[in-house]
Design a protein around this ligand. Sequence first.
Ligand code: FDA
Ligand code: COI
Ligand code: MN
Length: 415
Amino acid sequence: FPQNVEQVSEIAILCNDNEIPLIPFGSGTGLEGGINAVKGGVCVDLTHMNEILSVNPEDFDCTVQSGVTRMQLNNYLRDTGLWFPIDPGADASLCGMCSTSASGTNAVRYGTMRENVLNLEVVLADGRVINTAGKGRRTKKTSAGYNLTNLFVGSEGTLGIITKASLKLFGIPEATVSAVCHFPDVQGAVDTTVQVLQCGIPIARIEFLDEVSIDAVNKYSKMDMKVAPSLFLEFTGTPSSLDEQAALVADLCSMNNGSDFKWAKDPEERSHLWKARHDILYACMALKPGSKPYSTDVCVPVSKLPEIIKRSKEEITKAGVCGPIVGHVGDGNFHVFFPVDQNNPEELQKIQEVSKKMALMSLEMNGTCTGEHGIGQGKRELLVQEIGETGIQVMKQIKQTLDPKGIMNPAKVFY
Ligand SMILES: Cc1cc2c(cc1C)N(C[C@H](O)[C@H](O)[C@H](O)COP(=O)(O)OP(=O)(O)OC[C@H]1O[C@@H](n3cnc4c(N)ncnc43)[C@H](O)[C@@H]1O)c1[nH]c(=O)[nH]c(=O)c1N2
Ligand SMILES: CC(C)CC(=O)C(=O)O
Ligand SMILES: [Mn+2]
């Protein structure tokens, strides 16, 4: 539990000199086994470094230590009228979110961590400390040299320990409304999403839940939504722009046989709706008491979404397993949360097969095997297929340069 960057650097020097693996721990909400100490070693838990170092409201940015969580920052910002919108649902640490390049329900409007980090302080494997954009710098744009900041975003603790992040902030929108719309089939919901994006409507959130997920949410979060493929929508802006956006989207929904909107207008209703969406992991596990979750995370160009969701559903049905589908469909990104009985190896194998097929389908459609959860341990082989041998060689050369003894989070991202 280091208390400051100097201590993190001392730990790194000790580990590097003695060739001991070093595993950074943010808040442990990652879904790809990133914090497992596969080869033993020292777990560097960053939760004690949880100071919000500066907020510059006039520049719309802030700088935080590694243990600061998303909710901690947003609670702190409440009176400023600003917020940090990237929202993976879990109350993850912001530097953990940098490490996995997290996103979630607001990415369709605000982008992912990649688009929202201005600078990182990183302790390298040998204890040297760098500021990826130069010490103290926090500009919206720069053309100064290589983009070291984004080299560390998504590096999953394999290149260094992020001890500080400067992040973009945004004004809290003047008005917000949410709505739910049900569809007779998956195709209608997904086609609507693609059309909303193609019309350039600045939607704030557009989340797909299939009928299995809606059933799980109804039971777990005590709601009574129609059990059908659905979109959870959110509109933000000035009150008049909000009316205009909502009317356009309502038209598109009805052209695809969607129901009338069920509105969630006041803050309590809205937060209940989004909490229900974020609790979906627990809702799906409750479908099968005693089960553990196994999640997939593919992302395709948005035009390919209808096809991949249809084919994934066919694979789930063929395998005869329970597989609710949920998606940040505005980004072409979706998940299946399989509740899995850990004492049933056959079921686990079927789930792993469906999951792999989905990832391969995604690659075939010019997509990625992970939109937001990362490679961790389970997708290392898929990464090779996605990037290609030469690209992987370059990644490994970068790793070798920054971490020649291979102490940083070994057996993650690569073999
Ligand atoms: C219920 C629920 C729902 C979701 C999610 C989780 C859960 C439990 N997630 C996944 C998760 O919240 C996301 O991956 C976070 O970025 C993980 O942040 P932690 O701080 O928990 O990192 P955690 O401690 O889990 O570490 C994750 C990885 O980053 C490394 N790491 C952590 N801190 C580091 C640091 N300071 N420096 C270097 N390396 C570091 C670790 O070594 C590990 O490899 C998610 N994600 C998402 O993108 N979208 C979503 O919708 C969701 N939804
Ligand atoms: C457990 C998950 C698959 C979480 C997630 O990414 C989500 O709810 O969108
Ligand atoms: Mn997600």
